[in-house]
Design a protein around this ligand. Structure first.
Ligand SMILES: Nc1cc(-c2cccs2)n[nH]1
Length: 241
């Protein structure tokens, strides 16, 4: 997979060279490139925005500059991701749908957004555009949202995280539940003991205890996820909760 990010603040994407995503890029599991949008400006002031048609506050990012950048960066079959508060909600399922793409290009808008014709032109050319929100709150730009989405997608690439089995039991993972509470040594700390069953070595009881806690936690914090569960994945013990 190749990931490109285009931004007027390329340094904002520096964390991509760290940790998990950085290692994936180093090991060749992922091609990663960050581009400065101003490289595609043609005027002395390297202008990327202008006043909105129809009036209103703020500035809109120009289609000609973005169009020139995407002409160079987008590869055939590449998917354009546009972070925006007005996008579809980014979820684990969306991350799973993106990780199979050959190329993702993240267009980080600032100001009041990017001229709508940029996405429209890509769609008209047969390309895929996904305008994506990471939540119902407003950021100043798409860079932080891109970091969030890139990490969520990159960690699903085979070989990027050590133990793929852990992807199953994660919150929002295949089980469709929130993760159970976890404990480690010491067995007693601050007058609080780790649950006996986890130290029992009884695998079946441990599996049951963890599933019970995951269902309880999901019912308490995210009842909407219980509603969305495939009922065939629940067993009698689950239903007894
Ligand atoms: N979810 C979300 C995305 C955003 C922005 C993307 C680009 C500018 S602001 N805010 N909130």
């Amino acid at each position: 997979m190749r990931i490109d990010v285009i931004s007027i603040f390329p340094d904002y994407l520096a964390p991509l060279s760290l940790s998990l995503v950085g290692k994936a890029a180093q090991s060749g599991l992922l091609e990663l490139a960050v581009h400065d949008l101003r490289s595609w400006t043609t005027d002395r002031h390297r202008t990327v925005d202008d006043t909105p048609f129809g009036g209103g506050a703020g500035m809109v990012m120009r289609p000609d500059v973005w169009g020139a950048a995407l002409d160079d960066v987008l590869q055939p079959g590449g998917t354009l991701i546009v972070p925006t508060p007005s996008g579809e909600t980014f979820t684990q399922r969306v991350a799973e749908s993106l990780v199979i793409e050959s190329q993702l290009v993240f267009a980080c808008g600032r100001y009041e957004g990017i001229d709508a014709r940029v996405a429209e032109r890509h769609r008209q050319g047969g390309g895929t555009v996904r305008e994506m929100s990471i939540g119902d709150y407003v950021l100043n730009g798409g860079e932080v949202a891109s970091l969030v989405m890139i990490e969520a997608v990159a960690r699903l690439l085979p070989g990027v995280i050590g133990n793929p089995a852990s992807l199953v039991e994660e919150s929002h993972g295949e089980a469709g539940l929130l993760e159970y509470p976890v404990y480690t040594k010491p067995p007693s700390w601050a007058g609080l003991d780790a649950p006996e069953v986890l130290l029992s070595g009884h695998h079946a009881k441990i599996v049951r205890w963890r599933r019970d806690r995951a269902i309880e936690r999901t019912l308490d914090r995210r009842p909407d996820m219980i509603e969305a569960l495939d009922p065939t994945t629940l067993d009698k013990a689950d239903l007894a909760l």
